[in-house]
Design a protein around this ligand. Sequence first.
Ligand SMILES: Cc1ncc(C[n+]2csc(CCOP(=O)(O)OP(=O)(O)O)c2C)c(N)n1
Ligand SMILES: [Mg+2]
Length: 757
Amino acid sequence: MATTKTDPKLTLGASGAKKSKFYEGLTREQLIQAYRVMYTSRRIDDREILLKRQQKIFFQMSGAGHEAIGAAAGLALRAGYDWFYPYYRDRALCLALGVTPYNMFLQGVGAADDPSSGGRQMPSHWSYPALHIVTQSSPTGSQILQAVGCAEGGRYFARRPKAADVPNSPPFAKSAKDGALPSGTPRASLDYRQFKKVSFQNDEVTYVSLGDGTSSEGEFWEAMNAAALEKLPVIFCVEDNGYAISVPVEAQTAGGSISRLVSGFPNFHFEEVDGTDPVASYGAFQRAAKHCRAGVGPAFIHAHVIRPYSHSLSDDERLYRPDAERQRDAQRDPVTRTQMFLLREGILDDKGINQLEKEVESELQAAVDRALEALPAPPESVTKFIYSPNIDPTSSAFDTQPANGEATPDGKKPASKTMADLITATLRDEMKRDERIVIFGEDVADASREEYLKRKLVKGKGGVFKLTFGLQNEFGSDRVFNSPLAEAAIVGRATGMATRGLKPVVEIQFFDYIWPAMMQLRDELPTIRWRSNNGFSAPCVIRVAIGGYLTGGAIYHSQCGESIFTHIPGLRVVFPSNSLDAAGLLRTAIRCDDPVLFLEHKRLYRESFGRAAYPGPDYMIPFGKAKIAQPGSDLTVITYGAVVPRALQAAQKLEREQGVKVEVIDLRSLNPFDWETIAASVAKTNRALVAYEDTLSWGYGAEIAARIADQLFDQLDAPVRRVAAKDVFVAYQPILEDAILPQPNDLYLAMKELAAY
Ligand SMILES: Cc1ncc(C[n+]2csc(CCOP(=O)(O)OP(=O)(O)O)c2C)c(N)n1
Ligand SMILES: [Mg+2]
């Protein structure tokens, strides 16, 4: 692949003056504009440092030393057309794209009017929807996979423009808090697309930047691989200032050069450039963008920059960098050098420079004065935008009846379908209805080698549990495809796609292997709407095969752990126990406007328990609505998933033997959960047992038990009890597995004891 290397001896330097007459295509006005951006950026940093010392702002991250590469990127790319996943040193880029200094100071003071987050995020965590600057978080590197997904989303819409259409005009006014629809609105018409503005360009590029230290994160490599595989128009820009806090690049990157390490990736255009030189940097971006816009692959820009202001205000680099080294860097200061360059080239004289700097100073003074008067958001607003303000998946709009149960004309009863069957049927129905749905994950395609399918040489795989079987064949390889074996990439790419308006329904093959995606699932996907103050959202569905009782599944194919995810605000978590619920809840998950973790119990996929007839293409169940699996008056059992059939078995035995009538509540959705149904039942039975398959301590049932103890204390005639797995891993040998996981007999004994208390 093409590699362009600009020698760190600058085009800005005296020796390069002759060559630079062409300025890589930049006009004199653009060069002045670049300098204005760079100078403004540096002065904002200086002002913020002062404000921090005066305790008028609460944090500061500087972009000092990174101004030239940012200004160049901003000149080469287009705000509101291309897409941007910048990192915290990209102040100059954001200014070049159109963010105002006032907006930046609003971030610093944490104002309600801060357009990035309304005071929820630190300064330099950029988010400006109109400019296509996508909300940024603090973990180093978690933006990179999302940038890949963003580029994929753009390309998908460019190839399938009809997918961007919105099926119906919004069926109800702006807020649908209670989900009430105007009479006559077909319920099936309700979905996230009505609230998701989609825009795309055929030749758009996605910019993503990171520091040299961040290139050590695994997600960086997953992103590079995915972008190269898919030839995506992503510009990766590594802003190499030689340090990650105190760790120098040679202790961070094998061989000390990230350019050398990535040079083997195919389909890339590579640039290594002096990132303190705006002209050379602009040239690098121009060539990188050209490569990406042509649709032939991604680009990688390795920009050598400096970091004159320590890592942050909490860091003093003199503790690990000697003066001589710092002075060497100072000679490459991009602001000073660009100023010298403008003077030398006769683009601005002293007067012109002074004038420009005076203008910037007075603009900043006015912006600071205004920002210091800005008010914070009211404390009661903090829970706003954890979830979609537009679609409430707990509402009655998602409460539809199954369209079946009647005998067919020839008198036959409809066939009983497994949970696996109905999940596949729901995916198929929804894919037909909504062209924005894409499915990817490990092994989910029928066959990556399409020609085998075309020539009918193979039947196809469609997932290790076969739930996506036939979908690639039916809907095409751009809608159902295998991803590399990289869970963070699955969730991160899905997040980026969903940000653009696609509806990824991705699969994590086993819950036991969800952990590489944990950064995306904890710090990214569920936080996007809240942290951007509703500026961005990423509604998508993560399907995960979970659970044990497999006789031979052992530790790494049997885990539960749902409470780790119900603990995360912003993430809906559902866990059906039977076919009909799986179909209804999956449809709600797909059509709603929030990220959903959809947990599918492997043992229940093909059980005879809970089979049901196909409920039709519009059957939905609202989230947060439990089902009374068996009514009773003496004792309440609150459970879900594979414990439901076991609890029913135990309850029926107890009733047969002792006439105890147990009410079994199947929660079905875990976040939100149905407190009303629990409270009404416990008020009636005065006894509560919480049963779950996960390990006992700190598990999901602990929260339910605590709430019952807290809020229903007066109703209780007995302590709240729990039955769950022992606090160990699940063992392979079936006798051991039986001893570890809660069995019907454990449930029976606990029910019996509690009923007699
Ligand atoms: C995943 C993660 N680990 C650690 C940190 C703490 N941290 C913030 S910035 C940083 C160094 C980043 O260095 P580099 O990528 O070179 O960027 P630079 O700050 O030098 O521009 C670290 C360790 C973090 N934010 N996220
Ligand atoms: Mg660095």
